[in-house]
Design a protein around this ligand. Structure first.
Ligand code: FDP
Length: 336
């Protein structure tokens, strides 16, 4: 066997070693996150057997039916992260307000925002789903409970972002601002092992991913872009291939590896877009930019938007640099 075997834990420690002022709190937080991911992975794989598929009788604050696995993933994230002394506050897709750290536990210097189980409308059909997370340093005073303001920082202040995709294998992909690294879970010994070091998205997309049933509800300039990607032109390798799973983590992960553009535009049905800024768009934007791609709301980088509320929605475009540039030209009318 040649080369090094690098576990996620070793990788995080090596990353933290690059910062002499680091206290180890970040490594502990990532270990807790990694444990939550393993538990969620185990349960998603076993879902059919454990009788946890199907819906509860609850509707979450987005007006969606809460799945049993959604609840399980949310509770697992909270229970794995709330007592380690690394966080001062959390926020989740599944909870309307911020999630405070119980007073009996110490308050740490980090903030964690997450979507515990993204793409959950696909669960019952055995389609890949994922967990998305975003980590910030607190801006409120140390040693006190974290605040809503801690959770509403622009994406460019993230110190780490990542996702776990529960697919044909479970993979955790993360970035602390030094490139993007992917780890595959070996289920036999329960370790995430570095399988995709320093991921770079191809400069040019070969895939576009969008829910095209919304076509009639989009702005004319977005429609023009979609018509453009479907035209035949050898020089620019069009038409692009259409691939849409309807599970953000899975669509994003494929496009990151193969080169692609993911679109969830605003529409007359969802004038602000569908996907959520702080725990879906921002972490994915951080990863795509670290991988050499681009993020956009059509006019600016997702990372430069200052969130105003926890569950704010945003039009979302993520992908290869060349293709996001062209999309922006269509949206602002430079291309007709
Ligand atoms: P879901 O509703 O299944 O949770 O976050 C919401 C999300 O999935 C994303 O994962 C996915 O990309 C998108 O919504 C799919 O939306 P459409 O069904 O409207 O295409």
């Amino acid at each position: 066997m040649s080369g090094k075997i690098v576990t996620l834990n070793r990788h995080i420690i090596d990353e933290e070693d690059k910062y002499p002022e680091a206290t180890g709190e970040f490594t502990n937080l990532m270990n807790d996150l990694c444990f939550a991911a393993k538990l969620i992975s185990y349960h998603t794989n076993k879902a059919g057997l454990l009788g946890v598929l199907g819906e509860t009788d609850k509707v979450n604050i987005q007006g969606e039916q809460v799945k049993k696995l959604d609840e399980f993933a949310h509770d697992t994230m909270v229970k794995a992260l709330d007592h380690g002394g690394n966080l001062c506050v959390m926020a989740s897709e599944e909870e309307e307000g911020i999630i405070p750290i119980p007073e009996k536990y110490p308050f740490g210097k980090y903030v964690c925002l997450f979507d515990p189980l993204d793409g959950s409308s696909n669960i019952d059909a055995n389609v890949s789903v994922g967990t998305i997370f975003s980590i910030y340093k607190r801006i409120s005073p140390d040693g006190t409970p974290g605040t809503t303001e801690d959770c509403l920082q622009p994406g460019n202040k993230q110190v780490c972002a990542g996702y776990v995709v529960y697919g044909s294998s479970t993979m955790l992909v993360y970035s602390t601002g030094n490139g993007v690294h992917g780890f595959t879970l070996d289920p036999s010994y329960g370790e995430f092992v570095l399988s995709h070091p320093n991921i770079k998205i191809p400069k040019k997309a070969q895939i576009y991913s969008v829910n095209e049933s919304n076509f009639d509800y989009w702005d004319e300039n977005v429609k023009k872009y979609i018509r453009y990607v479907k035209e035949t032109d050898e020089e620019t390798s069009r038409p692009l291939n259409s691939r849409y799973i309807g599970s953000l983590v899975a669509d994003f992960h494929r496009n990151l590896l193969y080169g692609g553009i993911f679109l969830y535009p605003a529409s007359t049905k969802s004038p602000k877009g569908k996907l959520r800024l702080i725990y879906e768009a921002n972490p994915m934007a951080f990863i795509i930019e670290q991988a050499g791609g681009k993020s956009s709301n059509g006019r600016m980088s997702i990372l430069d938007i200052t969130p105003k509320e926890l569950h704010q929605r945003v039009p979302l475009y993520l992908g290869s640099e060349y293709d996001i540039n062209i999309l922006e030209e269509f949206i602002d009318g430079r291309r007709k």
